[in-house]
Design a protein around this ligand. Sequence first.
Ligand code: RP5
Length: 162
Amino acid sequence: MSSPRVGIVMGSKSDHGTLQPAEVMLGKFGVSFETRVVSAHRTPEAMVAYAQGAEGRGLKVIIAAAGGAAHLPGMIASLTVLPVIGVPVLTRALNGVDSLYSIVQMPAGVPVATVGIDNGANAALLAVRILATSDADLTGKLHDYFAELRNAVDKMNLDVSR
Ligand code: RP5
């Protein structure tokens, strides 16, 4: 098993459904990853240790999902120079808008690349694009993926055109 290039973290096990599409997408591209529950509020020391150790362990990108008072992506971005992709989790009380606003409104100097509410797949694709800047094999796979998207739309046109 190769060492993970992408770290997937979430504030609670209840966020895992949001990140399963990210795991599937990374698997499709053959990108190694690890998945952990690391809560900014319930296990802050573990969050600090994870973020501060990530670069040294060879991780290149971190995908962090959280819901509600979603501080995990921003706190991790404040503790590591690795790119952090935040995934706002859909919440019952406020439909994930709370998560989105919490993750996207980072102060200048500490960016988090934020994808749409519950869009784990896009988080993985953005991670793949970041890795592909220094990986020709992944770049080729992204071109193949574009062809897949085009073919899917071509099929939609066959289905709707009359
Ligand atoms: C956040 O609180 C987590 O990211 C999760 O989305 C939310 C609820 O957590 P649980 O009460 O389901 O453990 O920290």
